[in-house]
Design a binder for this molecule. Structure first.
Ligand SMILES: [Zn+2]
Length: 420
C-alpha cells in the first residue's frame, strides 16, 4: 500500500490511499487504518493524474535534432526513412528507454505508440514501469506482397503482446496513413481490430499534399474515402494530426466517434498547419494530445503541448475563451484515457493509480492560488514523483526502475550506429 498524506488533490488537501494498482480511498486516511504502508509526505505537493500521450513514435528519441526545419516529405524521405532502415530491436529498446525516462520526468504515465521492433519497445516499457498501447506501423505502398507481410507482422505483434500478459502493455493496430496503405490493407485492419478487440491508431490529414494525393487517387477526401468502405465501422480509432478537415469529414469524425490526437507542436514545426480544434470541440468530438516523435517535436514533454493548445487556438480564432486552461489539461488526461479505453486520467477511487506529484516550491508556481492556471500556463513540466499502476517509478526526481546513466550512454552509442 502507498499512502500520500496531506496532498493537494481535486481542489483540496487530503490523503490518497493506493492498494495494488488502484486508488482505494481519497479523503482522510488514519495510519492505523492501513498496514504495510509506504508513506509519501504530500504537504508541499499537488497530485495530478498522469498525463496521456496519444500519438508518438518513442524510439525516435534517437533522431532528435538530426533534421530540423524541413518539409514533411523531404524530412521523411531524405532523413527519417533512411535512418529507420538501420534500426534493429536493440537500438529501438534503448531509444524507448530514453523516451520512457523523459516521459516519466515530465509527468506522462501512458503513451500510444506506432513503430517497429515492438519486442524492443515492449521490453523497455515493461522495465520502465510505464503504461503503453503499442501498434506495429504498417506501410504497404499499394504492393500486394508487402501488404501480406505487414498484416502478418501486425497480427504476430498483437499475439506477442497479449502473450506478455502485462496489463500495462496493450496491443493495437497501426496502419500508417491512407496515402501509404492500400484500401485492401485498411479493410483487413478493420476486420482484425474487431477480431482481436484492439483499437486502430492512424495518421490522418496531416498535410495538404497528402490529402491532394488521396483525392487524386480516389476522388475523395481521406475521411470520406475511408468511410466509403467501412474503415471506421464498429472499431475504436485514434486519428493523429487531423490538420485540414472539411465539414463533411468533421461530420464523419463525429458520427463514427473517432478520437482526435492533436499534435500542435509537430504540426507547427513541420509547417503542416493548425487543426481546427475549436470546431471539433463544438461538435463534442473527443480531443486528446500527442507529441508525435522526437524527430518532429523535439521532445516528449506533454506540458508543452497543453500550453501551446491553450494559447494557439486563441491566436487563430482571436477569441481568448475558445480553449480554457482546464479544457486543454483534460485533453492530456481524461480525454486521453477515454480514447485509449483505460480507467485513468482522473484521481478517483477505483481508478488506476497513475499519479504524478509536483512539489509546489518552484518560483514559477507562486503564488499558490490558481493551480490549474499554473499547470497549463506556467509549469515547465519537470515533476517530482510518479506512480504508475500503483508502483513508484520516480521518487524526488530519481528514476527508480532503470539506470539513467547507462541509458544515456547507450543512447549515444545507438545514435552513432544510426548515423554511420
Ligand atoms: Zn506520427
Amino acid at each position: 500500500m502507498i499512502l500520500i498524506k496531506d496532498v493537494y488533490v481535486n481542489g483540496k488537501r487530503q490523503d490518497i490511499l493506493i492498494e495494488g494498482n488502484k486508488i482505494k480511498k481519497i479523503g482522510e486516511v488514519k495510519k492505523d487504518e492501513v498496514e504495510d504502508v509506504e508513506i509519501i509526505d504530500g504537504k508541499k505537493k499537488i497530485a495530478i493524474p498522469g498525463l496521456i500521450n496519444t500519438h508518438t513514435h518513442i524510439p525516435m528519441t534517437l533522431f532528435r535534432g538530426v533534421a530540423d526545419d524541413l518539409p514533411l516529405m523531404e524530412w521523411l524521405n531524405n532523413y527519417i526513412w533512411p535512418m529507420e532502415a538501420k534500426l534493429n530491436e536493440k537500438i529501438v529498446y534503448w531509444g524507448t528507454l530514453l523516451g520512457c525516462i523523459e516521459m516519466i520526468k515530465s509527468g506522462t504515465t501512458t503513451f500510444n505508440d506506432m513503430y517497429f521492433y515492438l519486442e524492443g519497445i515492449a521490453k523497455a516499457v515493461d522495465e520502465s514501469g510505464m503504461r503503453a498501447v503499442l501498434a506495429y506501423g504498417m506501410i504497404d505502398l499499394f504492393d500486394e506482397e508487402r501488404r501480406e507481410k505487414e498484416l502478418k507482422n501486425a497480427e504476430k505483434y498483437i499475439k506477442y503482446i497479449n502473450e506478455l500478459n502485462n496489463s500495462r502493455i496493450i496491443p493495437a493496430l497501426g496502419p500508417h496513413a491512407p496515402y501509404t496503405c492500400s484500401k485492401e490493407l485498411l479493410m483487413k485492419v478493420n476486420e482484425l481490430a474487431k477480431k482481436y478487440n484492439v483499437m486502430i491508431h492512424i495518421h490522418m490529414n496531416e498535410t495538404l499534399d497528402e490529402i491532394k494525393t488521396v483525392k487524386e487517387k480516389t476522388g475523395m477526401e481521406p475521411f470520406v474515402y475511408l468511410n466509403s468502405f467501412g474503415f471506421f465501422d464498429n472499431v475504436n480509432v485514434i486519428a493523429a494530426h487531423c490538420v485540414h478537415l472539411t465539414d463533411e469529414e468533421i461530420r464523419i469524425i463525429k458520427e463514427k466517434n473517432i478520437n482526435i490526437s492533436h499534435n500542435p507542436i509537430s504540426n507547427l514545426k513541420l509547417a503542416s498547419g493548425i487543426s481546427p480544434i475549436p470546431k471539433l470541440l463544438k461538435e463534442g468530438i473527443n480531443v486528446t494530445l500527442g507529441t508525435d516523435g522526437c524527430g518532429s517535436n523535439n521532445n516528449l514533454n506533454l506540458f508543452e503541448e497543453i500550453k501551446i493548445t491553450a494559447i494557439l487556438h486563441k491566436g487563430v480564432t482571436l477569441d481568448p475563451t475558445v480553449i480554457k486552461a482546464e479544457t486543454a489539461f483534460n485533453f492530456a488526461t481524461k480525454n486521453g484515457a477515454k480514447a485509449l479505453n483505460i480507467k485513468a486520467g482522473e484521481i478517483k477511487e477505483g481508478y488506476l493509480a497513475d499519479i504524478v506529484l509536483i512539489n509546489m516550491d518552484k518560483p514559477f508556481l507562486y503564488p499558490k492560488e490558481n493551480i490549474m492556471s499554473h499547470l497549463v500556463y506556467a509549469f515547465n513540466g519537470f515533476v517530482d514523483d510518479v506512480i504508475i499502476d500503483g508502483k513508484i517509478v520516480m521518487r524526488e526526481g530519481k528514476i527508480l526502475a532503470v539506470d539513467e546513466e547507462k541509458v544515456y550512454e547507450k543512447a549515444e552509442e545507438m545514435y552513432e550506429i544510426l548515423r554511420s
